[in-house]
Each structure stands twice: as C-alpha cells, then as structure tokens.
Design a protein around this ligand. Structure first.
Ligand code: EPU
Length: 419
C-alpha cells in the first residue's frame, strides 16, 4: 500500500488549481442513466471514486470515455438494472443509481450501501422519497428491490432533516416522473444547484435548487448535454486551511468565494486573511500562530462536516483553546487520536472535541480511516517538525486529485512512497 511522506516547516507559496467537486461529479455521472443520449462532463476530477463509479455504470450499460479533464457517458440502453453488493458497498454514492434505474426501467435491484467509518449512514430518507414517488420497495438479502411499473408519479416530499444524498436522489428520480414534485427541507449545498443545472441542461424542469424548497416538473424524456462540474469547495477549504496552518500565501484558482463563507468567517476570526479575486480566492497566513476559534458543523450554508478534520488540524497549533462540535455524523473524530500521536492536545467528549493548541507538532507515522481525516494529517504534517508518514493513501486518492503535486507545486516537501 502506498504512503505519503511529508517533511514539515515549509510555508506554501504560489497557486493551486481547484478541481471539479467529487461529491457533485458522482451524482452528475449517475444522470447518464436518465437519457439514451451522450452526457459530457467537463472539469471532471480523475479520482478513485469516479473510476469506481464508472465501473458500476459500465455494468449497467453505460460507456464512459475520458479525455483529459472531460468525461463522456453514454447509456444508449440499459444492460442491467441490478447494482451488486461489490459495486455499491465501497462507495455510498453508488446507491443513487436506484432512482434513475427505476425511472428509466420501471424496476431495479440495488444493494444497500451498509455503514461506513464515519457513522451508520442509513438510507431511510432515500427510500421514503422513492416510495412517495410511487415506488413499491422491498428489502431482501441486503438488496433494495423497487418497482414502479407504470412510472414514477410526482409528489410532495417533506424531509424530516436535511440530507444531501436523499435530496439528490429524489431529484434524479423525479425529473422523469409524471407531474410535479415538491421537495421541502431540501439540502442547499452548491452540489445540489450543480445537479439541477446539469439536469436542466438535459431538458429537466427543476427550480428552487439552492433553497430549501425545490420544484421539479416531470418531463417525458431527457436529452444529452455538456456541463462543467462545480469547483470543489471542500478541496478549496482544505488548501485554504493548509496555507493558514503551514504559513505562506496561495491563490486558489477557480475557487468560488460564496461556497465557503462559513469557513472564511472562522478562518478570519482565527487571523488568516482571505480575498475574493477575479480568478479565485487568495489565502494569506497570519504570519503568526492562528488564534483558537470555536466551530460547529452544520448543513450548508453552515460549516461543512467535510472540512471539520482539516479545521481541527489547524486548531491543534493555534494559540488557545478551541471547541469543535460535529453535528452531522456521529463518529467523525477518528483523526483526533492520530493528531494526538503527533503531539496535539485534544479532549474528546461525545460530539465535542476540545483542542488546546500547542506551539509545535512533531512528525510521526499515522493512519487514517476516511478521506477528510487523512488530509487533516497531511495538514498537520506540513507544520510538524520532522517527518510524517501517512498510511492508507487510498483514502486520499478517493477524493483529492494530484494532492502531492498540488502541494509540492507550492513548496511543500511531500512525496508518495510506492510499495
Ligand atoms: N441520514 C439518514 N438517513 C438517510 C440519509 C442520511 O439518517 O436516508 C443521515 C446521515 O447518517 C447523516 C445525515 O443524515 O447523519 C446527513 O447525511 P447526508 O445524507 O446529508 O450525507 P450523504 O449524502 O450521505 C454527502 C457527502 C458526504 C458529506 C455529507 C454531508 C457525497 C458522496 N457524500 O453524504 O461527503 O459529508 O453529504 O455534507 O456527496 C466526503 O466527501 O468525505 C463525505 C463523507
């Protein structure tokens, strides 16, 4: 298994080009199942997760062609309406093929995704949304068997709490339903807006995305389209926190300022300077230690859970005590014990981490159990004295395109060790 070695103590200078958002790209790829014409996605990140999903889509009948930063998907006809366990269990976003398969084929069989390291992550809201749209659903042997032989029918769906995945899944299913669908208490993430834009380019009628009420007027068919994936706000936030922690000044090219305002607010409070520029966002480290700042994760536009681990890494070397509260996932502090092995002082109390900043961290061999946790260890490694080796790099490869090259391009001492 590959690992990444970081030798800390080098401020970051220069620019990083922000890739397309992983969490948008995956749902946009699934939209190929809704049309027999070609869907071309540009600013498409090349990640382990996008490759893995290509495998599942191939199995379902799609051809997937990559050319530099664009991907063309074409599902002229479905080859199968079954998504087997092995192609779903490794990546939860795969479950979102269920709605489109049902919409296109009238029936589908898709493996349940199961739990994952950051929490139980059930799919009850996804299933309730599909049932509201008229699907008959049965669970058997770890599979969801769904039928809508006369097609899906528009409905009013009130989500009891905000779910990004369930909102997207309902959108992907309702675009081809008969009649109107209204989603209440919908997620408002930029990825939802991106999905709506892509579906609309394909001929769907989705309005209100980005607000908590989304209206979908069902259409009979969707056509091919070309769509650029929204820049990755989580990658943006990750590099912004890396600069604020390691020191220096970097332009995050193509980053969208308004997609990270909750982070900018916390980083400014901690003493980093952030500027919206024509080409992206400029991050200028304070030149001194950051000031400890409290933070709580929330659905968008609140502070993203996917930036919590990276923020914690920054607070480990801040001046003072910071209280970090995780409200989205029940088990998302697995980076904390690893950061402590590097000398961080963190007291975990349920969904709160109390971080007392130290003057310096020291490099160590560390291991992480999920994508965002792994990258928080890279950030810690950039500021730590000595060498940090991060194992299980496959987690990083799931969601960060050219991570070592992007950081090395800004002066970090980082390399991948192939095993
Ligand atoms: N939930 C339920 N039932 C459901 C759906 C969700 O109880 O049917 C719960 C979840 O267990 C969680 C909360 O609702 O406690 C919010 O989950 P949500 O559905 O919003 O998350 P998701 O769609 O599964 C996406 C991202 C995550 C990101 C979350 C929150 C993708 C592929 N994943 O997950 O990204 O953390 O939204 O913003 O889009 C990552 O990229 O590292 C990652 C984990």
């Amino acid at each position: 298994m590959d690992s990444i070695k970081v030798r800390g103590g080098h401020p970051l200078k220069g620019e990083v080009i922000i890739s397309g958002a992983k969490n948008s790209a995956l749902k946009l790829m699934v939209a190929t199942l809704l049309t027999d014409e070609k869907l071309t996605l540009t600013r498409m990140p090349d990640l382990a997760d996008t490759r893995f999903l290509s495998g599942l889509l191939n199995h379902l009948g799609a051809t997937v062609e990559r050319d530099a930063a664009s991907m063309t998907l074409h599902t002229a006809r479905l080859a199968s309406a079954e998504a087997p366990y092995d192609l779903v269990r490794k990546m939860r976003a795969s479950f979102n093929v269920l709605g489109p398969l049902l919409a296109r084929n009238g029936q589908a069989r898709v493996s349940l995704p199961g739990g994952c390291a950051i929490g139980a992550r059930p799919v009850d809201l996804h299933l309730k949304a599909l049932e509201a749209l008229g699907a008959k659903i049965e669970l058997s042997d770890g599979y969801v068997e769904a039928k809508a032989e006369k097609g899906l029918i528009g409905a009013q769906i009130d989500f009891p709490f905000v779910s990004v995945g369930a909102t997207e899944h309902a959108m992907l299913a309702a675009v081809l339903a008969k009649g109107d669908t209204v989603l209440e208490n919908a997620a408002r993430e930029p990825e939802i807006q991106d999905l709506a834009d892509c579906l609309n380019a394909m001929g769907a009628k989705v309005s209100g995305a980005g607000s908590s009420t989304i209206l979908i007027e069902g259409v009979d068919r969707l056509r091919g389209a070309e769509h650029a994936v929204v820049p990755d706000r989580i990658e943006t936030g990750t590099y912004a926190l890396a600069v604020a922690t390691a020191g220096g000044e970097v332009l995050l090219r193509d980053a969208v300022w308004k997609h990270n305002t909750a982070l900018w607010d916390r980083m400014s409070a901690a003493g980093a300077a952030l500027k919206a520029e024509k080409d992206g966002v400029r991050v200028i480290a304070s030149g001194d230690r950051l000031a400890a700042t409290d933070m709580e994760t929330r659905p968008y536009p609140g502070f993203p859970t996917d930036e919590q681990a990276q923020f914690m890494a920054a607070m480990c070397v801040a001046d003072g005590r910071s209280v970090i509260r995780e409200t989205i996932f029940e088990n998302r502090f697995m980076h904390a014990p690893e950061l402590m092995r590097m000398g961080a002082k963190i007291d975990l109390r349920g969904n709160e981490a109390i971080v007392t900043g130290v003057e310096s961290l020291r490099g160590a061999p560390v291991m992480a159990t999920d994508l965002r946790a792994s990258v928080s260890l890279v950030i810690a490694g950039l500021v730590a004295a000595g060498e940090t080796t991060i194992g299980r790099v496959y987690h990083l490869d799931r969601g960060f395109e050219h991570l070592e090259a992007k950081l090395a391009g800004c002066g970090a001492d980082i390399e991948r060790i192939k095993e």
